[in-house]
Design a protein around this ligand. Structure first.
Ligand code: PEP
Ligand code: MN
Length: 264
C-alpha cells in the first residue's frame, strides 16, 4: 500500500497538531448542542468535530440519532468555528448524504466493519473520494476482518484511508468497556505502517476517568491520533454518558499528555 500516503503526509505536514484530534459528542442531539460543543472545542487541539447522527444501538428502544438534519448542524458548526467535520456512515444512503453536505471525514463503525457486504457497499459509494475515511476495528477481536475492510476501501481507490482502534468486546468481566487487545492494533500497524492509526479511548474504556491513561498508552505506541467523545454536559448525554468528557477536561488531558511527553 506504499502509494497510499496522502493522509500520512497530511498528518506529517500538520506536525504541530500532532497527534490528530477528533473530538465532539457521541451523538448530535440538537443544533444548539452541536454548536455549543464546537465553539468550546474551537480553541483546543481539535481538528475534526465528530458527531454521530445515525447511531448503531446494540438494542432497539434507545436514541438512534437525529438523522440527516444533523449534517446541516455540522456544516453550520464548521462555518462558525472552522473545525472540520466527521460522522459515521453505515450504508450507501448515509455516504451520499454525507458527501452532499461536504462532511470532511467519514468513519465506518465497529458494527459495520464486521459485515463485508456493508463495507463493500460503502466502498463502492466512496469510490475514488479524497475525503478522509477511517475504519474502526470490528467489535470482535478479528484482525483479518479489519484488514479485509481496509482492503475493500483501498481497492476502491480511497486516498486518505486510516483506521481507528476502539477496543474489542468480550463476554468476560473487564475493567474496560471494550478490551484494548493492544497486540491486534500493533500487528495491524506493523503490517500497514503507512496507514494512520487513531485510538478511540472513549469506547475502549467506557469511563471518562480512564481516558488519559489509555490515550497515553496509545501515544507511547506511536498512534497518529485520538478520537475522544466530548460533551458540555456528559452526564445528561443521550448516548454514552459515562465516557464523555467536557471540552475543559479534554484540554486538560492534552496538557497532561504533553507534560508527560516533555518529561520523557
Ligand atoms: C461511536 O463512535 O459513537 C460509535 C458508535 O462507536 P463504535 O462503532 O466504536 O461502537
Ligand atoms: Mn459513542
Amino acid at each position: 500500500m506504499e502509494n497510499k500516503k496522502e493522509f500520512r503526509n497530511w498528518l506529517e505536514a500538520h506536525r504541530l497538531e500532532h497527534p490528530l484530534v477528533i473530538a465532539g459528542p457521541c451523538s448530535a442531539e440538537t443544533e444548539e448542542q452541536v454548536l455549543k460543543i464546537a465553539h468550546e472545542l474551537k480553541d483546543s487541539d481539535t481538528t475534526y468535530l465528530r458527531a454521530g447522527i445515525w447511531k448503531p444501538r446494540t438494542r432497539p428502544g434507545n436514541f438512534e440519532g437525529v438523522g440527516a438534519i444533523g449534517l446541516k448542524w455540522l456544516q453550520k458548526a464548521k462555518a462558525e468555528t472552522g473545525l472540520l467535520t466527521a460522522t459515521e456512515v453505515a450504508n450507501r444512503a448515509h455516504v451520499d448524504l454525507a458527501l452532499e453536505h461536504d462532511i470532511d471525514l467519514l468513519w465506518i463503525g465497529a458494527r459495520s466493519t464486521v459485515s463485508p457486504f456493508i463495507v463493500q457497499e460503502i466502498a463502492d459509494a466512496l469510490q475514488g473520494t479524497d475525503k478522509v475515511v477511517l475504519v474502526k476495528n470490528p467489535v470482535n477481536p478479528d484482525l483479518a476482518l479489519w484488514i479485509g475492510a481496509v482492503e475493500r476501501l483501498y481497492t476502491a481507490d480511497i486516498k486518505n484511508l486510516g483506521v481507528i482502534h476502539r477496543g474489542f468486546s468480550t463476554y468476560d468481566k473487564s475493567k474496560y468497556r471494550n478490551n484494548p487487545e493492544w497486540q491486534i492494533a500493533v500487528d495491524f500497524q506493523s503490517k500497514y505502517p503507512d496507514i494512520p492509526l487513531i485510538c478511540d479511548p472513549s469506547h475502549i474504556t467506557g469511563k471518562r476517568d480512564m481516558i488519559l491513561e489509555v490515550s497515553q498508552t496509545a501515544l507511547d505506541l506511536n498512534y497518529d491520533g485520538l478520537m475522544i467523545e466530548t460533551h458540555y454536559d456528559p452526564d445528561n448525554a443521550w448516548s454514552d454518558a459515562a465516557q464523555q468528557v467536557t471540552p475543559d477536561s479534554l484540554k486538560q488531558i492534552f496538557l497532561d499528555l504533553r507534560i508527560r511527553k516533555e518529561h520523557d
